[in-house]
Ligand binder design. Structure first.
Ligand code: AMP
Length: 442
């Protein structure tokens, strides 16, 4: 039993930071997922669905300490059997776990996977930041080649464009391989030590745990200090430099615009080489609604997704060897909120006809008529719970559906139906077995 009592109001509320997704919103999410899936499949990616829960170590080792995700935001579950599981806070580590578990190294490389579903982070809820949010991600595992970084980035831009996002901006950076990073971190730590006086407690702690994260800091006191900080690209060894140069060349060749941003490091431990983030420049949120310190109010840019290369992830997770990979995860809630033209999902078809039934006999036979239409792929709307002609006609008028089918006592006995053109108000009686053909001819 929990030690906290739930009040009656709380009882009928979704948990804080979580919400029901319904109606048009639901279709928007679905429309986006379908569009992203279509692009992923086109590029030869295959679907994977990993469990919501994973062993805690998948994330503590994979994502790493010194990150907010692991230190503060994980939903941990202690099972009755004594296992420590975590509700996945991100997608990549789970997919890498699955790749190893299923021996995907033995398949032709690289293995290209896409996934979608909820992620959980116990963060402070606000607009565009939820405790349960939805992701769509892709991962290319088993290739160290720079072209894969470019393909993944290109696909991300495509998905956002086709999801109706305007003003997409892409920021990229390289944090290099382990060798490059060692020298860089040394320099970075020295640099921040000189600015300790201006740093808040969190950032000072980061200096010890994960100095790269300070570059992500939202503290206005650090804006200029971060802008002047040593840049990771200056510390790239020749291999890392070559890799990054090739990624940019590929992007130039495909015509993907990007901005170099040396403060972009993406706080997660597992990144190597290329890191990137997708933004939309137009913030859809009125600033007064955003809590002080929120990233949107400071930057006017809304992060819609991010990713990078993670060649050391498998080893960090405790696997015996390195498995190169690159991928990204989108924040689908933000994409749906920011899009002005989200694609319609396949199930959402415009109804062609509105079905009206009158009398017991007709009501009884209604489902049979509707089934004939469904089998012929003619989308129909109806209100079977209603009885009167007036109320059904009123709904039909309001819906703007061009034709109404009127099925009364006489028609039910004769196996026919009246087709009414709502604009001209002309009516034709048609045999039920010729109905589908007739409607298709309209
Ligand atoms: P991250 O891997 O943390 O960069 O997350 C990837 C994307 O997920 C971000 O760019 C956001 O669009 C989205 N995202 C991250 N955290 C949240 C959250 N708490 N609520 C909604 N979307 C989020």
């Amino acid at each position: 039993m929990s030690d906290k009592k739930t009040s009656r109001e709380e009882l009928f509320q979704a948990p804080k930071g979580m919400r029901d997704i319904m109606g048009d919103d639901y279709y928007s999410y679905q429309g986006f997922f379908e569009k992203a899936q279509e692009i992923a499949e086109y590029y030869g990616f295959k679907p994977i669905q990993t469990p919501i829960l994973e062993q805690e170590e998948i994330f503590t080792k994979g994502v790493g300490g010194g990150t907010d995700i692991v230190d503060k935001e994980m939903y941990s579950v202690k099972t009755k059997g004594g296992d420590r599981l975590v509700m996945r806070p991100e997608g990549t580590a789970s997919v890498m776990r699955a790749y190893i578990e299923h021996g995907m190294q033995n398949k032709p490389q690289p293995v290209k996977l896409y996934y979608s579903g909820p992620l959980f982070r116990h963060d402070k809820p606000q607009k565009g930041r939820y405790r349960e949010f939805y992701t769509f991600g892709i991962e290319v595992i088993g290739s160290p080649k720079s072209i894969m970084d470019a393909v993944v980035i290109h696909m991300g831009v495509l998905m956002l464009k086709e999801a109706g996002i305007e003003n997409i901006s892409l920021k990229i950076n390289s944090i290099g391989d382990a060798e490059s990073r060692k020298d860089y971190l040394k320099e970075l730590v020295n640099y921040y030590k000189k600015h300790l006086g201006k740093m808040n407690v969190t950032d000072r702690q980061r200096l010890k745990d994960n100095p790269l994260r300070i570059l992500d800091s939202k503290d206005p006191n650090l804006f200029q200090i971060n802008a002047d900080a040593p840049q990771s690209v200056s510390f790239l060894n020749s291999t890392s430099k070559k890799h990054f140069k090739e990624v940019m060349e590929h992007l130039n060749e495909i015509g993907v615009d990007y901005e170099l941003d040396h403060t972009l490091v993406r706080g997660l431990d597992y990144y190597t080489h290329t890191v990137f983030e997708f933004f939309t420049t137009e913030s859809s949120q009125p600033e007064d609604k955003v809590e002080p310190g929120a990233e949107v109010s400071l930057t006017k840019r809304l992060a819609l997704g991010g990713g990078g290369r993670y060649d050391y992830l498998s080893k960090a997770m405790g696997y015996k060897k390195e498995i190169p990979g690159v991928g990204f995860g989108f924040g689908v809630d933000r994409i749906v909120e920011a899009s002005k033209n989200i694609p319609k999902p396949r199930v959402k078809k415009k109804s062609k006809v509105y079905f009206i039934q009158l009398g017991t006999e007709a009501k009884m036979k209604s489902l049979k008529v509707i089934e004939v239409l469904r089998q012929n792929k003619i989308p129909v709307r109806q209100s079977l719970s209603k009885d009167s002609l007036g109320s059904q006609l009123a709904i039909a008028e309001k819906s703007g559906i061009p034709h109404t089918l009127i099925f009364g006592q006489k028609e039910a006995l004769e196996n026919s139906i009246i087709v009414r053109d709502m604009a001209s108000r002309s009516q034709t009686t048609v045999d039920i077995d010729k109905l589908a053909k007739y409607l298709k001819s309209l």
